[in-house]
Structures are given as C-alpha cells and as structure tokens.
Write a protein that binds this ligand. Structure first.
Ligand code: ZN
Length: 224
C-alpha cells in the first residue's frame, strides 16, 4: 500500500518541478557541523547530487525506509537558480538567484558511514525517495535581506534542534555557485542545498520537524 501511495505522490511532484532539474547539496559547509561528525573542514566546496525523485511532495510525511536504523535530519537553506549558467564568476553569481527556501537533507547515517568506509558513493544514503524536503514556498531575497546574513532554525517536536546563520558558512552561496558551475551547467529551477549547521540528529516515528527562515515557517514534516 505504501509503495502505491508514494508512486502517485511522486508522479504529481515531477510535474510541479521543472523537468530535468537537479538538486546540488553542499557537505560540511559549517565548521561546527563538520566537527560534530569528526570530519575535516574542506578546502573547496564539497558537493553531491540528489535526483528530482528525492523530493518529498509537500504535505506528505516521510516514511522511514526499512533499510536504515539511523535516519538523520539536516536542515538547510535552499537557493533556487533562476538563470542558465556555466563558469559563473563569483562576482556575478548573485544574478543567478533571487529566491530562498528551506529544506531537509535526510541522511541514512548508518548507510552513509558504510559507504564512506568503503570509499563508495553515498547516494544510497542521501538520494533516496523523500530524502529532500523542499519548502513549497520560497521567499524573495529582496524581502529577506542580505544572503550572507540570514537566520534559520528547525524544531523537532517544538524544540529547537538546529539554528544557523548564513554568515557562518565556510563557502558563501556565491562561492558555491562559482565552484559548482565550473563542473556542471546550472539550470533554471535547480536547487542548491547549502549545508547544515550543528545539531543534526535522528528522527523517530511521529516526530514533527518544522523549519523557519527568518521567522517564517516554511515546512512542517511528519515522520511515519
Ligand atoms: Zn546536508
């Protein structure tokens, strides 16, 4: 039953998002988070992809996959690309986005650890169906303020578990765009998950995760 339900939900969402869009995720972009997972701080932005099928349809709960025993949330600020570009200079990167959202990079931490130990890619742990919560609403940057000084937080069952400010990013949004676009073309509708601050942790059935960007509630996700 569950499989059937999810299939229809994903069919609906692929029409909602632009065909061919990709999700670029930045890893270890906050020093305090890199430290909590005992990872080195990177010398250049570390990125990986999630497919569009990873997007959890708005208002759907996330069902914990049966193959993980340690599913973690990572709340992240999301930048939506609004122009086609390659080899984008950092100075011009700000022309490629004007809307900011919030989401969760769900991570099967146990599976990711196994992948890392074997030196394997970690898509199994990061790119599965439902692993990307994307707020339905994106807020215009013109209303929010400077990209380098935005605050966001996530609550689990009403308690703040993560809070971050974009000024604490190791690599700024513009540096990320400049870096990633050396390797792949950025397209209209692509999303960049910009990394998570400290406070990541496991989820359990019946948890409710709520994300706020500058005080605006942008997502509310139930775990089933
Ligand atoms: Zn992440």
């Amino acid at each position: 039953m569950r499989r059937h339900f999810n299939f229809h939900a994903h069919t609906a969402v692929s029409a909602y998002y632009i065909c061919g869009m990709k999700i670029i995720c930045i890893g270890r972009n906050y020093a305090d988070h890199a430290k909590e997972l005992k990872n080195d701080v990177p010398t250049e932005p570390l990125f990986f992809l999630k497919p569009d099928s990873a997007i959890l349809p708005p208002h759907n709960p996330l069902f914990i996959p049966e193959w993980t025993n340690d599913l973690h949330y990572e709340c992240e600020l999301i930048v939506k690309i609004n122009r086609l570009g390659k080899y984008i200079d950092e100075r011009f990167a700000h022309k490629y986005y004007d809307q900011i959202g919030l989401g969760i990079d769900f991570t099967a931490r146990d599976i990711q650890q196994q992948c890392k130990e074997k030196g394997h890619p970690w898509e199994k742990a990061k790119a599965f169906d439902g692993s990307a919560v994307v707020s339905k609403k994106f807020l215009p940057l013109s209303e929010l303020g400077a990209i380098n000084d935005l605050g966001f937080r996530m609550e689990k069952n009403g308690e703040v578990v993560q809070s971050g400010r974009t000024k604490d990013m190791l690599f700024s949004v513009d540096q990320i765009i400049a870096h990633v676009s050396q390797f792949m073309t950025l397209k209209v509708g692509d999303l960049i998950f910009t990394g998570t601050p400290a406070g990541v942790g496991p989820v359990a059935i019946d948890d409710v995760l709520t994300g706020y960007l500058e005080g605006n509630e942008l997502f509310r996700t139930k775990i089933k």
